[in-house]
Design a protein around this ligand. Structure first.
Ligand SMILES: Nc1ncnc2c1ncn2[C@@H]1O[C@H](COP(=O)(O)OP(=O)(O)OP(=O)(O)O)[C@@H](O)[C@H]1O
Ligand SMILES: [Mg+2]
Length: 271
């Protein structure tokens, strides 16, 4: 059975969709069989970042409502054949996402994929709680700023109370992914320091993704950054994050202002 990851955040626009695509592609680049699932009904962004928007015929809600079979809705990536997308509907109402329907889809996907990665909408509304419900692992995407960290704290509370794992008395594995980290602003003190974020949230650090034009360039050409710019700093950070997800115990490096130089090595904290 595959593992289910939810990529979630309290605050919007922090980099969940970008990270879902990059982590999904990076895992598939290691020959793992991956499906990325868009739970952001109404916005439908993941297909754009994956470069599949013109290939969407059926979506998650079509499958839940019985209008399409699951394989009809899955879109295979043109570049990596172990990477698939289950798109969201752009027009239909979020209320069409039923709890039983989501449970059925996730359980089916788990039978066929090594990783099922759910791109959550921001916040604590129903769409977000449905996206996290079946997760084994949560990636809490946070920017190093006060409002984002505070909202992540609320999401961690939800993960510990509203997921199936929590209801069964099990612990859901939680990881912090710090994104849009700007070394220059951090040095100036305009951003929270990594240690401060870790102190507040106290969940283990999966990686630090630098703020980078490479991410925007990749998204403009409809490719996850790990595919479009595999040598870039953000892609390297996503590759490292995936190695940690797969269980490797790697130190996390803090991106530095100077190009090509790695920052001081940051020991990963235990959960
Ligand atoms: N490391 C990065 N460097 C530069 N820009 C980034 C980075 N990560 C994300 N972005 C940009 O930030 C914006 C928001 O990213 P994204 O859509 O992934 O966030 P999100 O959390 O999914 O948003 P929402 O809450 O609306 O779903 C996008 O324009 C994206 O290209
Ligand atoms: Mg998004």
């Amino acid at each position: 059975m595959g593992k289910v990851i939810v990529v979630t955040s309290g605050k919007g626009g922090v980099g969940k969709t970008t990270s879902t695509a990059a982590l999904g592609a990076a895992l598939a680049q290691r020959n793992e069989k991956v499906v990325v699932v868009d739970f952001d009904v109404g916005l439908r962004n993941l297909d754009l970042v994956m470069g599949a928007e013109r290939r969407v015929v059926y979506d998650l809600i079509n499958v839940i409502q019985g209008d399409a079979k699951l394989p009809q809705a899955l879109i295979r990536d043109k570049r990596i054949d172990t990477l698939f997308l289950l798109p969201a509907s752009q027009t239909r109402d979020k209320d069409n996402l039923t709890e039983e329907g989501v449970e059925w889809v996730i359980n089916e996907l788990k039978k066929h994929f090594d990783w099922v990665i759910c791109d959550s909408p921001a916040g604590i509304e129903r769409g977000a709680t449905l996206a996290m419900r079946h997760a084994d692992i949560a990636v809490v995407v946070t920017n190093p700023e006060v409002s984002s960290v505070r909202d992540s704290d609320r999401i961690i509370g939800l993960l510990d109370s509203k997921t199936l794992k929590a209801e069964r008395g099990e612990r859901i594995e939680k990881h912090l992914l710090l994104t849009r980290y700007d070394a220059i602003r951090a040095q100036r003190g305009d951003m929270l320091k990594v240690d401060d974020v870790l102190e507040i949230l106290s969940i283990p650090l999966l990686g630090i993704i630098p703020e980078s034009m490479d991410v925007l360039k990749a998204s403009n050409v409809g490719a996850p950054v790990t595919l479009a710019e595999p040598k870039s700093a953000p892609a390297q950070a996503y590759f490292e994050a995936v190695r940690r997800l797969a269980g490797e115990n790697l130190p996390v490096s803090i991106p530095e202002e100077k190009r090509g130089l790695l920052g001081k090595i940051f020991a990963r904290r235990a959960a």
